[in-house]
Design a protein around this ligand. Sequence first.
Ligand code: GUN
Length: 300
Amino acid sequence: MGAELLDGKRVAAEIREEVAEEVRQFVQSGGPKPCLTAVLVGEDPASQVYVRNKSRACDKAGIEGRTLRLPASTQQRQLVDTVAGLNADPKVHGILVQLPLPSDGNGGSGFDERAILDTVDPMKDVDAFSPVNVGLLMQGRPRFLPCTPHGIVQLLHRQNISVAGKHVVVVGRSDIVGKPMAMMLAQRDGTCGREVANATVTIAHSRTADLGEICRSADCLIAAVGVPQMIRGDMIRPGAVVIDVGINRVDDKLVGDVAFDEAKEVAGAITPVPGGVGPLTIAMLLHNTLLAARLQNPTD
Ligand code: GUN
């Protein structure tokens, strides 16, 4: 194995410790205990695991992690009202509607996901999914940064990996990862809090022609397509930094969007799955929850 392993788990633990210390100081200086409320609709097993992990991580950081469970048969109107109730509750600082919402076939109506997410108060939008927070990021004055791309920025920063002037290829154009990731890395220095910026960014996706050639031109390759092991070893430039955002369950095993065994022989550094990007997402969610509590309760 040639590549250095980028240990997201370790970096996430470091960030969680820092957030826990900041929470202690915030509460000591008269702030309320930060509170994150996750809304979980239906019984999707993976979502249940995610929400449980988020709640545990909150506890450890001194944040109150609540979970509101609703049946899959919940109607759009009820869910909108539930979110509106959380918007109005001053004890709740962060709101997270766990995705995906159940589709048809559960006795429910099938949700208009966008309409639900648009209901979340932008000041409590710890996922940074609301159009206001997406717009602020686009304009280079972010309030909340989306958790997964922010986690990747932190990982690169804390491993002393600079992308300034380098070619970053982001494979995937989702609203949650691909699009904001590209935007954050292309920003001017300091816009997104840390020094990981000033990259030359290409967004590639499932319809990109000559994907292999474009990926091979990357100094840093970020795979967020949701297709198991789509990025093969021969698509990676020797020495490149490879960040694998994929979490795909294949034959009861978790695999990334990168064929790890091939990639590790070519890359200079690579994130494993699991233990790479995944833990960072929750760490940055805690960070955003504290930020939300601060914005709603300035202590000085
Ligand atoms: N489902 C998978 N990832 C996420 C996430 O980051 N936020 C929310 N709300 N749901 C998810």
